[in-house]
Write a protein that binds this ligand. Structure first.
Ligand SMILES: [Zn+2]
Ligand SMILES: [Zn+2]
Length: 291
């Protein structure tokens, strides 16, 4: 065990990261993903829409806030303790539960600790429109959330975590996100996208990759494409060389069919389910078997 830890520490040191070896060796300190929801926009009793909790020590970040996600998150931790919420695009199944979350804050006065909310370009106006649509006053969200629109070309720091973006191929502007922890672990989430070489590049060598598999059939999509079939999602993961992949954004009744497709793939891949928790080891920290 001691030898393994030493190798882990040395591997990390080679990468030039500045952190204490013990942090890496502690399983509780690694980057951790909790799948809160990974269904499509169609409601399902056991499967919220998109929502992924990423934690590093005390820092918790929520990627996407689809319908049903906040109720699921509340079972794990208080959403108001999040270090940040990052929304990839402004479709209902990725941001609509921001309305539900807002009601956990005082209605009339400013929140004592506003929740940092990172929206894509143009997202703040969409949120203002949502306040009006649900018959709330102007600025309804502004007193609870510390809202900024990220520049997708600039890395976003949230505590010790760094988020970078890549535009997906979708019906509206939509961004994939990569989140990197201090030990070099890299989790990539495609968000909604059609087939895209740029997305394969972005997902290259991800330690954990979440790929959308929203389509039953390619013929259900626009000719311009905006989602992936499961075989297309698997192909993306294989081409990217991701170390482990979870398929997300699929209707729960397709799970068995998607599992079968995954079993026939050379990739380490399977469909995600709500409630799944994975820790993410950086490639450099994986100890090769000796002998
Ligand atoms: Zn979408
Ligand atoms: Zn979606």
């Amino acid at each position: 065990m001691a030898d393994s830890l030493a190798v882990v520490w040395r591997s990390a040191a080679v990468r030039g990261r500045q952190y204490h070896g013990a942090v890496i060796a502690d399983a509780a300190g690694r980057l951790r993903l909790s799948v809160l929801g990974c269904s499509s926009a169609v409601p399902h009793p056991a499967a919220p829409a998109a929502g992924f909790l990423v934690e590093w020590a005390d820092t918790a970040v929520l990627l996407d806030v689809g319908q049903g996600v906040i109720r699921r998150l509340q079972a794990i931790r208080d959403p108001r303790e999040l270090a940040g919420v990052v929304v990839g695009h402004m479709h209902a199944d990725h941001f609509l539960d921001l309305a539900g979350l807002r009601y956990t804050y005082p209605w009339g006065e400013a929140a004592a600790v506003p929740l940092p909310l990172h929206l894509p370009p143009g997202g703040a106006a969409r949120l203002d429109a949502l306040a009006e649509a649900i018959s709330e006053r102007p600025g309804f969200f502004d007193v609870a959330y510390d809202i900024d629109e990220y520049d997708p070309d600039v890395p976003l720091a949230i505590g010790p975590l760094t988020v970078t973006f890549r535009r997906g191929r979708h019906y509206i502007p939509a961004w994939a996100m990569a989140i990197e922890s201090p030990d070099g672990a890299r989790l990539v989430y495609t968000g909604d996208t059609g087939p895209s070489d740029a997305m394969v590049d972005f997902a290259r060598d991800a330690d954990l990759l979440l790929v959308e598999a929203g389509l039953r059939d390619e013929r259900d999509d626009d000719p311009e494409r905006g989602h992936l079939t499961a075989p297309e999602a698997i192909d993306l993961a294989v081409r990217a060389g991701a170390r482990e992949t979870l398929l997300v954004h699929y209707a729960p009744d397709r799970r068995a069919e998607i599992e079968l497709l995954c079993e026939g793939s050379p990739a380490v891949i399977r469909p995600a389910v709500a409630g799944l928790v994975r820790t993410v080891q950086p490639a450099a920290a994986v100890v090769a078997p000796s002998g």
